[in-house]
Structure formats: structure tokens, C-alpha cells
Design a binder for this molecule. Structure first.
Ligand SMILES: *[C@@H]1O[C@H](CO)[C@@H](O)[C@H](O)[C@H]1NC(C)=O
Ligand SMILES: *[C@@H]1O[C@H](CO)[C@@H](O)[C@H](O)[C@H]1NC(C)=O
Ligand SMILES: CC(=O)N[C@H]1CO[C@H](CO)[C@@H](O)[C@@H]1O
Length: 339
């Protein structure tokens, strides 16, 4: 339900290799979200033992590509480091717990000197953001810190900070991993700092953190993002007058909520494929159950109907960004791209 600091947070694995087995025939190799990093795990299906075998000291994300016997080919990257291929092998053939990782030079993943040189002046870290306003009715796992990835220039200017782009994932039960992203590293190389927030409800932090969001969408997640923004401002890493927010899908929902609930905080915003109005969405979408689940939480099952009552439509409206539209400084600049 929740993990002590640094321990296994649960399995968040989106795909499994065709042949995920080591030569012992009982140990699977998987990639799984562990907070904001993707890690490589061994799972002994007879004992149930789970072990992280990618380096635990690294905030880079590691993904397994393939394996053959006890040989693993993986890829390792960060928001500001292009993907590198790694070869993993057992240090001692009769002990599955100790792995060595070697670099493999690959002509396929080489990037240009220009990209390498632009990114060499950038760095990133994973910040642990404490939960604000911890109320008694939150579970233990929902009171634990969430994470944000911060990417920026290595050389900090004394007088002014680079403009900050806040990046929000969709789902909402998804996570922003510390893997390389072409579009985000491009923005970083142009001179923007990035704050990529995995608000509570994201995967990789235990089940109670995930379960804390349904029923509180549009408030808890919005407040988590605002707290993360205040956190970097408080550390002198962002200029409060140069902050932008972008997000896709539920991240778009949050983007419009943020400029409605905190219109003075953001200079501009870009929402892609955003959920603007749950009261309209519920009647036209192929996922009305999603609307109920995120708006009602655990009460969704007993309240779900294909013909929502006026009362329920009012609740959907109240939880939607559209209810804050009058507070948005310049609503018409939002460009919604339907994918
Ligand atoms: C290899 O691992 C086995 C099983 O854990 C152990 O008994 C053995 O001593 C190890 N060999 C070396 C050289 O460390
Ligand atoms: C949780 O507690 C807060 C403050 O005590 C209250 O406003 C909120 O309605 C409660 N939420 C639930 C789901 O009980
Ligand atoms: C918000 C809402 O209408 N919740 C209702 C969901 O269903 C249960 C059981 O019928 C009611 O007690 C809640 O009030």
C-alpha cells in the first residue's frame, strides 16, 4: 500500500518481454516504475522475492530491451542524457542478485555533437516534495512525499533564473519517468528549466498514493502542482514571473485548472487534448466510468449511471476547469489539439 523510504513501492510494469526468464527458469526480468525512475527488477516467481538490479544509486531510468540466458541488453537515459545501451551480466553465475553493467557503444543511438554539447551544460535531479495540508482522513501512503524532476542549466545565474516550464502527465494514474524525451530535452536545451511533477495519484509510489486522488481530482492534484512550483521558487530555482504550464489529457485538465485557480502564477499555458468540462464529457465519451471514478472516487461504483442526474452533472461541473474560466486572464489563447 505504501513503501518505507527507498523500498520496493509495488509493481508498475506496462509490458513484459516475450521471454522474460533467466536461465534458472524461475526468475523474471521486468522494468517497473519506482517513484519517477524506471528500474530493472528480478522477480523470483517461486519465492516472491523482488530485487532491483539496475544501479540503485542512479536517478537515470533503465529499461530492459531483451535478454538471452543471463545476459541483459538494457537502455539507460535521463531527461538530459541521450539513451545509452548497456549490457548486464551476472558477477557469479550461481548468484542472481549481483549484476555488472557495461557500456555498449552503438552507432544507432549516437547523437550529433551539437546535441551532446547542448545537453552537456544541463543537469537534472529528482525532488521529493512534502505533502501540504495533510488532513486526518488521508491514508498513510497519501501523506508521503511525491516527486518532481527538475532539469536546468548547470551554471546558475546569480541575478535571474531561466524561465520554467511545468510539465504534467496525463492518466492521471501514470507517471513522468526520468527517461530521455526529445521534446523536453529540446526545450531544456533552448534555455528553459523544466519541472516535471508526478503529483499524488501517479504510479510508482504505492497503492494508497494512487487511491488518494479519485474523488479529489481538480483539487489535490492541482494543489500538489502548486506546492511543487512554490518549492522550486523557495529554493531560488525559478522566477515567479516566468512560469509556464503544459500538459496533455489529465495534464491538460490540470493545466487549465491551474490557470483558473491560480491565474497569477502562470505567464502562459498550453493544454493538449484537455478535459475541460466533465459534465459535457460524461455524455459523449467512451469512458464515462473514468469521469465517475475521478470525480466520485470510491463512491463511483454505487453512483454510476448512463443518465447522470442534474445533481451529478453539477458535481462534474464543479470539479472541472470550466468552472474557473471567468478567472482566467486570457482564455482564448489556449490552443486545444485533439489527437
Ligand atoms: C557464487 O554464489 C554461490 C551462491 O550464492 C556461492 O555459494 C559461491 O561462493 C559464490 N562464488 C563466489 C566465487 O563468490
Ligand atoms: C477530508 O478532510 C477534509 C478536511 O478535514 C474535508 O474538507 C474533506 O471533505 C474530507 N474528505 C473526505 C473524502 O472525507
Ligand atoms: C455524490 C453522491 O451522490 N454520492 C452518493 C453515491 O451513492 C451513495 C449510495 O447510494 C450515496 O450515499 C452517496 O451520497
Amino acid at each position: 500500500m505504501w513503501a518505507e523510504d527507498g523500498n520496493f513501492p509495488g509493481l508498475y510494469c506496462s509490458n513484459i518481454l516475450c521471454n522474460p526468464w533467466l536461465s534458472d527458469g524461475r526468475t523474471m526480468i521486468l522494468s517497473s516504475a519506482w517513484g519517477s525512475t524506471l528500474v530493472i527488477l528480478t522477480v523470483d516467481v517461486l519465492s516472491g522475492d523482488v530485487l532491483r538490479i539496475s544501479p540503485s544509486t542512479s536517478e537515470f531510468s533503465w529499461d530492459v530491451l531483451t535478454l538471452d540466458g543471463d545476459n541483459i541488453i538494457a537502455v539507460c537515459s535521463s531527461p538530459v542524457d541521450v539513451p545509452e545501451i548497456k549490457y548486464g551480466y551476472l558477477v557469479n553465475a550461481s548468484d542472481n542478485t549481483k549484476w555488472n553493467w557495461l557500456d555498449i557503444s552503438s552507432p544507432i543511438t549516437k547523437c550529433s555533437e551539437k546535441v551532446r554539447s547542448l545537453l552537456s551544460s544541463k543537469e537534472f535531479c529528482i525532488m521529493s516534495i512534502p505533502v501540504k495540508d495533510v488532513s486526518d482522513n488521508l491514508t498513510k501512503g497519501a501523506k508521503k512525499p511525491y516527486e518532481a524532476i527538475f532539469a536546468s542549466s548547470k551554471s546558475k545565474k546569480h541575478d535571474a533564473c531561466d524561465p520554467l516550464i511545468v510539465v504534467l502527465h496525463g492518466g492521471p494514474h501514470c507517471v513522468s519517468l526520468s527517461s530521455f524525451s526529445k521534446s523536453l530535452s529540446f526545450l531544456c536545451s533552448l534555455g528553459f528549466s523544466l519541472l516535471i511533477v508526478s503529483y499524488r495519484g501517479s504510479l510508482g509510489f504505492g497503492k494508497e498514493a494512487v487511491q488518494s486522488l479519485p474523488g479529489r481530482a481538480g483539487s489535490q492534484d492541482v494543489n500538489d502542482v502548486l506546492a511543487a512550483v512554490d518549492y522550486v521558487i523557495g529554493k531560488g530555482l525559478a522566477d515567479p514571473s516566468k512560469i509556464v504550464v503544459v500538459g496533455l489529457s489529465h495534464g491538460g485538465f490540470l493545466t487549465i485548472h491551474l490557470i483558473g485557480q491560480a491565474p497569477d502564477k502562470f505567464a502562459t499555458a498550453a493544454a493538449r487534448n484537455a478535459v475541460c468540462n466533465l459534465a459535457l464529457m460524461v455524455g459523449t465519451t467512451d469512458i464515462p466510468d473514468w469521469c465517475y471514478f475521478e470525480a466520485f472516487g470510491s463512491e463511483a461504483k454505487s453512483n454510476f449511471t448512463e443518465a447522470p442526474s442534474a445533481e451529478h452533472l453539477a458535481l462534474f461541473y464543479d470539479k472541472s476547469p470550466i468552472s474557473h474560466a471567468s478567472k482566467v486572464c486570457f482564455f482564448s489563447c489556449i490552443d486545444v489539439i485533439v489527437e
